[in-house]
Design a protein. Structure first.
Length: 468
């Protein structure tokens, strides 16, 4: 009987961070059944029902340990969600240490894999004589920013957003400073200091597992491999996404039944993810832009909020449909379907009637769109989403990005123009073709290609470390 290899994984709070790292665990044990994974899950308050339901579906050789939740009283008020996530994992370090010590008293631990926001847990690896890895749930382009951030911080004076020339990371498309992630937009802030801390932690790990694949970001991956030479090893193991869902069946059936009645490639799917909300004014402009375009659409709507990241850790409780412009639902009932808060995204993107995706460019959503071959309209809101938008539009050329006015608003005429261009124009047809090629590359990477081979190399290394 094969020796069991024990791996501990530390996630960070928030469903969108929990899923990719656990889906990686599932992929690991599917390909290598002699592995056993213990997932250590910090949380801010009681875990949401979606997280609990998801964790209950895991196979027996993935054990989940929910840490005592951090009380909101221990956290500052009105801070950025990224800072909340970072602080929650930091405050959970004593509990993480306790669990790791208990695990190591029962069996030899081969590897410790931590989410990028839980990077401070890497320091426990030496004490327990285990290999250490960062799990990076985003693009190689975003990892390139982290890898080069300490040097950039030394060389550039003033704010990155004020730079007149684009920043060029090796192997990546040039990017303006204003499109860097939120933490890099104010260098005097506490969140920027934590960002630099995360950046410096990369080289303290034995390796970085990243949720991308070679064929999607060949330049960035190759450049990071060279950067990491002698410091860390890069393992592109993606695209890792959640297949299917544990959410509401009624809503799924409603969406899919409606899509069944629409012509092929005719529907624009509109969703800003689990954490994205728009202001009331911007919601009105988007509604009127959809109507003006004359295209079919399926819109997952959340209640408006002037803080575009407010829904990340806590769901809005109001009925969002009441915030739509007067008469909009009646006027568009033949062409559109609006659903509140949630829809079965993977099934929608995989439906033959869907021809485009207006997205916030969260990395999970981006990979799901790639895997289904659906081109995008990018509408980034926060975190690293602007970087992803630049990569999709300027790099891969599988997306369009609407122009925003001086007040940061996309107006209805501009929205309608971009929608028609994607859904009807020659430019959109070209993007559809490129996205289908990328879809095929993604499928191959997971079947017998680059990502599966990378995972096998990693598993062999862990087995070798365990003496197998």
């Amino acid at each position: 009987m094969a020796k069991t290899i024990h791996v501990a994984i530390v996630t960070s709070p928030g469903y969108t961070h929990l899923v990719p790292i656990i889906e990686f665990s599932k992929r690991l044990i599917n390909h290598h059944p002699n592995f056993h994974v213990t997932c250590i899950v910090p949380s801010l308050g009681p875990p949401p029902e979606s997280s609990k339901a998801y964790l209950e579906t895991l196979p027996s050789n993935i054990q989940t340990i929910l840490l005592p939740p951090i009380s909101k009283d221990q956290l500052p008020q009105d801070v950025h969600p990224v800072f909340l996530i970072q602080l929650t994992t930091t405050l959970s370090l004593p509990s993480i240490y306790k669990v790791l010590k208990s695990l190591c008293s029962k069996a030899s631990l081969t590897a410790l894999v931590v989410d990028v926001f839980a990077f401070k847990a890497l320091e426990f690896a030496k004490e327990f004589n285990t290999l250490s890895y960062l799990y990076f749930p985003s693009s190689a382009m975003t990892l390139s920013l982290l890898a080069h951030a300490p040097k950039l911080d030394e060389e550039v004076s003033g704010e990155f957003r004020d730079l007149s020339e684009p920043i060029k990371f090796p192997g990546c498309v040039p990017i303006m400073g204003v499109d860097l992630p939120d933490p890099a937009q104010n260098r005097a802030s506490e969140i920027y200091k934590h960002f630099l801390e995360r950046a410096k932690a990369i080289v303290t790990a034995d390796g970085v597992l990243i949720n991308t694949f070679l064929e999607m970001e060949p330049g960035a991956v190759r450049a990071l491999e060279e950067f990491g030479n002698g410091r860390f090893k890069l393992y592109p193991v993606g695209p890792i996404t959640q297949k299917g869902s544990v959410n509401e069946v009624d809503e799924s059936n409603k969406c899919l039944r409606w899509l069944d009645k629409q012509p092929p490639w005719s529907v624009l799917y509109v969703s800003f993810g689990s954490g994205g909300t728009l202001s009331q004014h911007q919601m009105n402009e988007l509604a009127l832009g959809l109507e003006l375009s004359g295209q079919r659409f399926l819109w997952v709507l959340r209640a408006p909020n002037n803080s575009a990241s407010a829904a990340y850790l806590e769901a809005a409780k109001e009925d969002p449909l009441q915030f739509l412009p007067s008469g909009f639902l009646e006027r568009t009932k033949e062409k559109g379907l609006v659903v509140a808060s949630w829809a079965p995204q993977v099934q929608i993107l995989g439906h033959s009637s869907v021809g485009g995706f207006l997205s916030h460019c969260g990395w999970n959503s981006t990979l799901e769109s790639v895997q289904e071959g659906v081109p995008l309209i990018t509408w980034p809101l926060f975190a690293e989403q602007k970087m992803t938008a630049v990569m999709l539009t300027d790099g891969l050329k599988v997306a369009l990005r609407p122009k925003f006015n001086e007040d940061g608003m996309a107006e209805k005429e501009e929205i309608a123009k971009v929608i028609k261009c994607l859904m009807e124009g020659e430019e959109g047809a070209g993007m559809r073709g490129r996205m289908r090629n990328l879809r095929d590359s993604a499928a191959n990477a997971l079947k017998d290609g680059s990502s599966t081979q990378t995972l096998s190399q990693l598993a062999k290394h862990w087995e070798s470390f365990s003496g197998i």
